[in-house]
Design a binder for this molecule. Structure first.
Ligand SMILES: NC(=O)c1ccc[n+]([C@@H]2O[C@H](COP(=O)([O-])OP(=O)(O)OC[C@H]3O[C@@H](n4cnc5c(N)ncnc54)[C@H](OP(=O)(O)O)[C@@H]3O)[C@@H](O)[C@H]2O)c1
Length: 327
């Protein structure tokens, strides 16, 4: 099969087209003929050598795919040959074939293309488990979402809105802020020109927000705690600036705040399967009714994965970048 591999760690050019033997589906796994693969920021970090795949996972980049089931490993009961699926994988998505644990596969949502479906798993699993399971966002509450136009951000805005929350994203330009409002944000703050703590407080009548979803870290910690309302929850899913920060413990206590965070990739198939079932029950109907949708910024042929990474690193995209594996 054709794959894109990380020939050595570094700039996008290290992504090289190569031939590899087809994987063989192991117990509980399905082999997927890949039609499209999503590109995510963690793939870029992996390409730099700073996000190694978990033990046993493919060394190839790619955390999500859509395609058709081509073979069933022993013990697979949930899917049949020829089923169209999208799947969360722990690596190996940039390839014509990939194995996925059956728990991490979901049926192609009715009415969506393979390109759209490939853009779903990584951000929908991540946003659901962090905003709902950990952040406990509920109807009528408010959420501040940093990086509102990222793949994660565009998913979080729509899901939070569908849950009945008031959504306040930040983004790096006025154009990006406008794009988040088109997705359902009530107010959006250009973090380069606006004091988003003051602006978010003003937008919530001085109360502050109930949940913050943060990817920035570093000195954002103090401001995230400041912008939270009493009993607010900070959910940390990345640290683009820095993993280290100073914590004002007294504010944590006075405002009775919670700080949490998580990573998705190292979790077991069973743990990911629990999230998959929640998505199937609660989010698949929203996708099929087009209440929420993957926002596709640009599609590249698999052989141009390096260009896809260049675009992601330029940071001008709104939503998802996808590889067309059949192009
Ligand atoms: N914990 C998990 O399980 C998990 C899973 C998946 C992804 N993630 C993380 O989530 C983040 C988003 O992933 P993605 O694939 O959606 O990435 P993405 O589409 O590339 O978006 C990243 C965006 O963050 C914004 N940004 C960059 N530096 C910033 C800064 N210093 N301050 C504020 N905003 C900044 C940029 O937009 P602006 O122009 O607005 O600055 C950029 O477009 C990544 O850091 C990724 O590693 C975590």
């Amino acid at each position: 099969m054709k794959v894109v591999e990380i020939a050595s760690f570094g700039a996008p050019d290290v992504l090289k087209l190569a031939d590899r033997p087809d994987p063989v589906a192991g117990p509980g796994e399905v082999l997927i003929d890949v039609v499209a693969a999503g590109v995510n920021r963690p793939d870029v970090v992996q390409r730099y050598g700073k996000y190694p795949p978990p033990p046993g996972a493919s060394d190839l980049p790619g955390l999500e795919v859509a395609g058709t089931i081509a073979a069933l490993g022993p013990g697979v009961t949930s899917f049949a040959l020829g089923d169209e699926v999208c799947a969360l994988v722990a690596g190996g998505g940039y390839a014509e074939r990939v194995n996925a644990p059956q728990e991490q596969c979901l049926p192609l949502p009715r009415g969506l293309t393979m390109i759209e479906a490939a853009a779903i798993p990584e951000t929908y699993f991540t946003v659901w488990t962090n905003v709902v399971d950990r952040g406990h966002l509920t109807r009528g509450e408010s959420i501040l979402i940093h990086g509102g136009t990222s793949g994660i951000g565009t998913t979080a805005i729509q899901l939070a809105r569908a849950l009945g929350a008031i959504v306040l994203p930040t983004a790096g330009s006025d154009e990006k802020c406008a794009a988040t409002r088109d997705l359902g944000a009530s107010h959006a703050f250009n973090y380069r020109t606006t004091d988003w703590v003051a602006a978010a407080k003003a937008a919530t009548g001085g109360r502050g927000v109930d949940v913050v979803l943060d990817i920035v870290g570093g000195d954002y910690l103090a401001r995230n705690l400041e912008v939270l309302a009493l009993e607010g929850r900070l959910v940390q899913i990345a640290f683009l600036k820095s993993p280290k920060a100073e914590l004002d413990i007294s504010m944590l206590m006075r405002k009775r705040l919670w700080i949490t965070g998580s990573t998705l990739r190292p979790r077991t198939p069973a743990q990911k399967g629990v999230i998959a079932q929640q998505l199937r029950q609660q989010v698949w109907p929203l996708l099929e009714a087009r209440v929420v949708r993957p926002i596709i910024h640009q599609v590249f042929p698999l052989a141009q994965a390096a260009d896809a990474h260049r675009l992601m690193e330029a940071g001008t995209h709104v939503g998802k970048i996808v590889l067309d594996v059949r192009a």
